[in-house]
Design a protein around this ligand. Structure first.
Ligand SMILES: Nc1ncnc2c1ncn2[C@@H]1O[C@H](COP(=O)(O)OP(=O)(O)OP(=O)(O)O)[C@@H](O)[C@H]1O
Ligand SMILES: [Mg+2]
Length: 623
């Protein structure tokens, strides 16, 4: 008697229905999950032409019995679910019995499988859903499924497939992340004969992260360890336990999209807004709002606590106790972020900001930044006499500046009126070039006076804008300033980065990075653009590969070039908390004024804030 059964209509109708096979990566996901459900300890994925020509997954799992090998291609045929109440506690990755028939209906599929319970194995050949042959074969235990010519019989779908590189990048990301979820198993990924990933079994997830991403990323990560919390859902129900493990990046690692966030719930890779929100909430005040961390989160809980039957491609889940899970995840990450902060080197008593160490000051700047970015102009209120002080939150971290209450002073105006005619009516007419630098605030912001009021210029962002345009101009003219390195720098890449690198190597060269492949997933950097300091080189290149991966999904080479220029500019620009003499401040304002768009950095952050003279006058009750 086989293990697979066809679900009754009653159960089948309760399964979230919809498209299963969207693209090559969705085929890889389904087959990979089947191999994991089959208890495999070694999984090998082979790809040709971004998965369009071939996807082959070979595992050493339990294999299928002869009867089951054919039944597996019936819709709603599964060994993982029997009746309706099983739907409430799904412990396997698959449960619908949909994946194999869906894949087989849009490709030429070959299944070779053998269960160790039988003497021989089975080979089933299907094309466009039609069974062509079913034979007995010899072979060891396990299953190999080869999917060729995806969408060969659905030309409309085939037309919409993205480029080979895009599909390959998705597949690499998927295999990489599943390998992180199972450090005890072997994962291999091959593309057209080239090995992109070979992860052998290791004891800890930390070792797996090292295998896959290398030591550079590991240095930027905080290990969450395993954090558990119990709950009592209802008095008559058994208590539940939740556990979260994984890694999150230190707050200074800031990504501008969510592409580096991977969430697994009970071993299933999902996209979940609740978990994303909990993660952002954990970084609240530690990172600007528009930035995202790197995160690898693994949440484990009783299967009764999570409904996985909510999305046709099983990429979403619904928690039974949503806000409880949210708070648990947020608190676990937040606590670990707090514990992993470098010990503050200042006393926890309130002090003026200028005395704060750089890291905390920059943190404070970011906190304020997030709030300020949305506000085009300050609404001024009279300040109370003593200088503003800072509140210190958890672990001595300045969380927010105590905001002075708007003090309403009613004093007779004895100073006479202000000659209003001398104020230009339209601020935007006054150019930054006409500003006079007066000094720096916290060694980070240039304070300048102009005919239209007071200006505060973020020195890092201003310099970033200047360098960005300089690099773009050099690229356009084909005259990039290049510095040769005395010793080539060796960089280790992840499988995804390796794919991006192969794609944009020419563009990197055009931007002044001389690189060449150097063994397996390693490149040698021999020269770099003149603006980039050697200490920043590795980060700039990795950042560019990341931009490339993101841009890949949407846009053009010229956007990639701008991305490269923005990365170089951001790393090369003077940092905040750097003293500048008067000459340098003048140079900065003059050069900034000569740029094409002096008011925003390449990432869209504002360069300058302005207190209009009228606002100042109004605040002093002079008008
Ligand atoms: N690699 C494999 N090793 C052993 N058995 C497999 C393998 N792949 C599939 N099977 C068997 O074939 C059945 C059908 O697989 P299929 O992926 O279509 O459905 P499922 O995994 O049960 O549910 P879902 O559609 O949610 O993935 C599985 O229930 C399992 O018994
Ligand atoms: Mg399945």
């Amino acid at each position: 008697m086989g293990r697979i059964r066809v679900l009754s209509d009653n159960v089948a109708n309760k399964i979230a229905a919809g498209e299963v096979v969207e693209r090559p990566a969705s085929v890889v996901k389904e087959l990979l999950e089947n191999s994991l459900d089959a208890g495999s300890s070694s999984i090998r994925v082979e790809i040709e032409n971004g998965g369009r020509r071939l996807i082959r997954i070979a595992d050493n799992g339990c294999g299928m019995l002869r009867d089951d090998a054919l039944l597996a291609f019936e819709r709603h045929a599964t060994s993982k679910l029997h009746d309706v109440k099983d739907l409430l506690s799904i412990a396997t990755l698959g449960f619908r019995g949909e994946a194999l028939p869906s894949i087989a209906s849009v490709s030429r599929l070959l299944l070779e499988t053998r269960s160790l319970d039988e003497q021989t194995g089975t080979r089933v050949e299907i094309a466009g859903g039609k069974i062509l042959s079913c034979d007995e074969i010899a072979g060891g235990g396990g299953t190999t499924i080869s999917v060729r010519d995806l969408f060969f019989n659905v030309p409309a779908r085939k037309k919409f497939l993205r480029s080979e590189q895009t599909e390959l990048a998705h597949i690499a990301s998927l295999v990489t992340h599943y390998s992180l979820a199972h450090p005890d198993k072997t994962f291999e990924l091959w593309n057209g004969g080239a090995n992109l990933l070979h992860a052998t079994p290791v004891e800890t997830m930390r070792e797996r992260v090292f295998q896959v991403f290398g030591s550079q990323l590991l240095d930027d990560l905080i290990d969450l360890g395993t954090r558990r919390r119990g709950m009592q859902p209802e008095p008559e129900e058994p208590p539940r336990e939740f556990a979260i493990r994984g890694f999150v990046s230190r707050p200074q690692v800031q990504k501008n999209n969510r592409n580096s966030i991977f969430v697994f719930v009970n071993g299933r890779l999902i996209r979940d807004r609740l978990m994303l929100h909990a993660l952002s909430a954990a970084y609240h005040n530690l990172m600007p709002q528009a930035c995202f961390p790197f995160a690898l989160l693994f949440l484990e809980c009783d299967c009764e606590e999570v409904d996985v039957n909510v999305h046709p491609s099983k990429t979403e889940v619904r928690f039974r106790h949503q806000s409880w899970v949210h708070d648990f995840v947020r608190d676990a990450i937040r606590e670990q972020l707090m514990q992993s902060r470098p010990a503050p080197s200042f006393s926890p008593n309130p002090q003026p900001a200028a005395a704060l160490p750089y890291s905390d000051f920059s943190q404070l700047m970011q906190d304020q930044d997030a709030g300020l970015a949305a506000v085009p102009e300050f609404v001024m209120q009279p300040l109370p006499a003593p200088a503003a002080r800072f509140d210190f939150g958890e672990g001595g971290i300045p969380l927010n500046q105590s905001k002075p209450e708007g003090v309403k002073l009613r004093m007779p105006d004895t100073h006479g009126g202000f000659p209003l005619d001398s104020i230009p009516a339209d601020h935007s007419m006054v150019r930054i070039g006409e500003l006079r630098p007066m000094g720096q605030l916290h060694n980070s912001f240039i304070i300048a006076a102009g005919a239209d009021g007071l200006w505060i210029i973020d020195q890092h962002v201003a310099h970033e804008r200047i360098l960005f345009e300089q690099v773009l101009a050099q690229q356009a003219a084909g005259r990039v300033e290049v510095q040769q390195l005395l010793m080539p720098m060796i960089l280790q890449l992840t499988p995804e980065q390796q794919i991006e690198y192969a794609r944009i190597a020419d563009e990197l060269h055009a931007s002044g990075f001389e690189t060449e492949p150097f063994g397996n997933r390693t490149i040698a950097v021999k020269a770099a653009p003149g603006q980039v300091g050697l200490g920043d080189l590795e980060r700039v290149i990795l950042e560019i590969l990341e931009i490339a991966e993101h841009e890949l999904r949407s846009v053009s080479i010229s956007d990639l070039r701008r991305g490269i220029a923005a990365s170089i500019a951001c790393r090369a620009a003077i940092k905040i908390n750097t003293p500048l003499d008067h000459k340098k401040m003048e140079w900065m304002l003059r050069t900034l004024a000569a740029t094409e768009y002096p008011m925003a950095c390449p990432h869209g952050r504002p360069v300058a804030l302005q207190y209009g003279t009228r606002e100042i006058l109004r605040a002093f009750h002079r008008i």
